[in-house]
Structure formats: C-alpha cells, structure tokens
Write a protein that binds this ligand. Structure first.
Ligand SMILES: NC(=O)c1ccc[n+]([C@@H]2O[C@H](COP(=O)([O-])OP(=O)(O)OC[C@H]3O[C@@H](n4cnc5c(N)ncnc54)[C@H](O)[C@@H]3O)[C@@H](O)[C@H]2O)c1
Length: 256
C-alpha cells in the first residue's frame, strides 16, 4: 500500500511508540500523507529523530516524551497535544513488546505486570486520555497494534503475558468500538506477525527468524511496510464502516 495516495491534510495523528521500528514507519507515513503528527514515546532521542525526519520531508511533527504505562505521564502528554492543537483525529496505540521467552511458570509477578501494563494498560490509558479530544463525526479513529500472538500460540516460543495482553487489546478494540460508534469513531486493530525489527531479531535470533519465514505460506517474515499501509488505510474515510475488527497481517501464518 506504500504507493496508495493517502491524504490526511488538516488531521491530527497521535502515534505512541513512534520512536522506532513499526510505529516510526507509521508516523513517517502519516507525516508524508500531510497529517500533523505527534509522536509519544519514552525514548527522547528516537522520538526527536523521527519527528525531525518528518519535518525534513516537509511534514509537521512534534515529539512528546511519555511513559504510556503511567497515568500521570499519559495525562501530561495528551494535555500538551490538546494545548497545541485542541483535538485528535487519529490515535495509534503502537507501544508494545516483550523481551525474551520463558515458560509461564518462570515469569515473576513484576515481569507479568510490566508486560501487561506496557501492552494493555497503555491502550486503556491512552484511549481514555484521547477520547475527549477525538473528533466526532466521520474522521475519529483509534487504531491499535495487536499481534498474531494474541490470536494463536506462537509455535517457535510463546511469550505468555504478551500474548495475553495482546488478546486483551483485541477485546478492548471491540469494547471501544461499541462504546464510541454512536460518535462516529471507529476502533480497529492491526495485528502483525513476526516483523523484521531489531527487537524481534534480538528476541528470536537469526535462525528462528529464518525458520519462521520458511514455515509461513508467503515464505518470509513481515516487513514494517506490511503493517504501515493497513494502519493508514484504517484511518481513511474509505474504511469508515469498519469497526471493532482485528486485521491480521500475517502472511498466511494464522491459517496453518
Ligand atoms: N516486531 C514484531 O515482530 C511485532 C510483531 C507483532 C506485533 N508487534 C507490535 O507492534 C508494535 C511495535 O513493535 P516494534 O517491534 O515495531 O517496536 P519496538 O519494540 O522496536 O519499539 C517500541 C517503541 O515503544 C517505545 N516504548 C517502550 N516502552 C514505552 C513506554 N513505557 N512508554 C512509551 N513508549 C515506550 C520504545 O521506545 C520504542 O520506540 C508493538 O505493539 C508490538 O507488540 C510487533
């Protein structure tokens, strides 16, 4: 979908996790498509660099430092967006992830909580903060980044709390879509499969990445661009009658 001509002129897009990898790609694509982009991330260097890349390309972007797992930090960040532009058209809840694999019985309570907070509570906190600012009518959008791990077990090694949190994100998608439908706001999730990002490579190693690619019907892992186009499409008016859905962009892995 890279070559589709998206145009979000006059719209405000808030992207969490836009400092690197998939959501940096999402933020830059929204910037190219003329949205006014706010990047919320804990990583100042990466966030500033992504915002600068958008500005260098002629777009509009601002980085706001935010810990999406902390209510006070989220409130502060969304207040800054409100003070700058007064509204949000598109919220992409992109922060998420996990580090390493363990059997469920080996997770500490702290690690369980941290993973659930990062992947699931963050969607609750950011959506709650964004809802009063989201445009009612036709352009209000919440787009979550879920995961194939929330839909099926990962055969090469399944990260329990992450999978549970992502399944929770898919469920929250329906709740939010149901509650916000009367305001014309759509809520959907894009659920990528294993993607060629630094973190995925760190977690799985080259050999496992190659095995995952070989076992997928399309014989490759996902690239960042595979997810980016779907996120942008969900923000268009053409996608305006789609809500409460999890779109699984997995190269056919879910069907086997
Ligand atoms: N990479 C994959 O293989 C893959 C597969 C399926 C789904 N996903 C999902 O896609 C999304 C992006 O994953 P990725 O691998 O591209 O990103 P990543 O893990 O490389 O980067 C995550 C970003 O979130 C930021 N971040 C981390 N903790 C934060 C916090 N507390 N507050 C604010 N920002 C914080 C980081 O600074 C970073 O910019 C995640 O939701 C992930 O679960 C990724």
């Amino acid at each position: 979908m890279e070559n589709m001509r998206f145009d979000f002129s006059g719209q405000v897009a808030v992207i969490t996790g836009g400092a690197q990898a998939i959501c940096r790609g999402v933020a830059i694509a929204f910037g190219k498509a003329r949205a006014r982009v706010f990047i919320l991330d804990i990583n100042e260097t990466g966030g500033e660099s992504a915002a600068e890349a958008i500005r260098q390309g002629g777009g509009s972007a601002m980085f706001v430092q935010c810990d999406v797992a902390g209510a006070r930090s989220v409130q502060g960040a969304f207040s800054r967006v409100r003070d700058q532009v007064g509204r949000i058209d598109i919220l992409v809840n992109g922060v998420g992830g996990f580090r390493g694999f363990r059997f469920l019985s080996e997770y500490s309570e702290e690690e369980w909580d941290r993973t659930i907070d990062l992947n699931l509570k963050s969607v609750f906190l950011c959506s709650k903060a964004a809802i009063p600012l989201l445009t009612r009518g036709k352009s209000g959008r919440i787009i979550n980044i879920g995961s194939i791990a929330g839909q099926t077990v990962m055969k090469h090694a399944d990260p329990g709390p992450y999978s549970a949190a992502k399944a929770g994100v898919h469920a929250l998608t329906r709740t939010l879509a149901f509650e916000l439908g009367r305001d014309g706001i759509t809520v959907n999730t894009v659920a990528p499969a294993t993607t060629a990002t630094e973190r995925a490579l760190l977690n799985r190693g080259e050999e496992q990445m190659a095995e995952i690619a070989a076992s997928a019907p399309l014989r490759r892992v996902a690239e960042i661009e595979d997810t980016v186009g779907f996120v942008l499409f969900l923000a268009t008016s053409e996608a305006g009658f789609l809500t409460g859905q999890t779109i699984s962009v997995n190269g056919g892995r879910l069907m086997i």
